[in-house]
Design a protein around this ligand. Structure first.
Ligand code: KIV
Ligand code: NA
Length: 264
């Protein structure tokens, strides 16, 4: 059971790894929650895995609200984070009104937004008003048109920048941070440096928890699943069993293994 921010903070302070999985509808949310997932992320990855787009850019705030509503109708035990989609957080005012929609209409517990320095004013404003916020650094899918799908933090300069962005987000009031495709040793350093939980995806085993996409862990991804994910249905007799085994491997740090590493 992880229903509120203090449950999440307690898990973090006790060193229990946080198991996070995306879900986009009522059935997925039911099985995720039922299988012991701590945090459900209604990710804007739904643009790709649900809507069939090439990127997350077409996703609208109305669609995020719609999916968050479906998820929250059946999720009775997991903390729920919803993504602010592309451009819905372009200004502080937009970020506030978009976050309000995700929480008031969608029923999300926390909102997530991508970026470092550019996200700070919005993070500060959201946090000041009492909205829990999750940052997102490393690979930023909403910025692919400009930067591509590239691994950040491989050289000393970009590693230093990531470290600074992480600290700045925390100081601006972020309650949690997602690191996507960050070299494992850097992700570990950032996790040690921060006082908020760091959830990794493709960022090694030494973060405070892991997040994966529903379709990837159940082997129903269209096209090739990312190297950092793992198909848990292969070793399981049911969807519930597969998600349970993902959760248990996150807790025991059996996942991610060496073979899932993007960069050391
Ligand atoms: O949209 C999403 O699913 C995400 C995770 C991959 C972190 O942002
Ligand atoms: Na996302």
């Amino acid at each position: 059971m992880c229903k509120n921010l203090s449950d999440l903070q307690k898990m973090y302070s006790q060193g229990e790894k946080i198991a996070c999985l995306t879900a986009y509808d009522a059935s997925q949310a039911h099985w995720a929650a039922q299988s012991g997932v701590d945090v459900i992320l209604v990710g804007d990855s739904l643009g790709m895995v649900v809507q069939g787009h090439k990127t997350t850019l077409p996703v609208t705030i109305e669609q995020m609200v719609y999916h968050t509503q479906m998820v929250q109708r059946t999720n009775h035990s997991a903390y729920c984070i919803a993504d602010l989609p592309f451009m819905s957080d372009a200004t502080v005012e937009l970020a506030l009104s978009s976050a309000a929609q995700l929480m008031k209409e969608g029923g999300a517990n926390m909102v997530k937004l991508e970026g470092g320095a550019r996200a700070l004013p919005a993070v500060r404003a959201l946090s000041d008003i009492g909205i829990p916020v999750c940052g997102h650094l490393g690979l930023l899918p909403q910025s692919v048109e400009k930067y591509g799908y590239k691994v950040n933090g491989k050289d000393a300069k970009s590693a230093q920048k990531l470290m600074q962005d992480a600290a700045d987000l925390q100081n601006a009031g972020a309650d949690m941070l997602v690191l996507e495709c960050v070299p494992a040793t850097l992700a570990q350093e950032i996790t040690l440096q921060l006082k908020i939980p760091v959830i990794g995806i493709g960022s090694g085993v030494h973060t405070s928890g892991q997040v994966l996409v529903w379709h990837d862990i159940l082997g129903v991804t269209l096209g090739r699943a990312p190297k950092f994910s793992k198909n848990y249905l292969q070793q399981s007799a049911s969807i519930q069993e597969a998600i349970e085994s993902y959760v248990s491997e996150v807790k025991s740090q059996a996942f991610p293994a060496q073979e899932h590493l993007i960069a050391p």
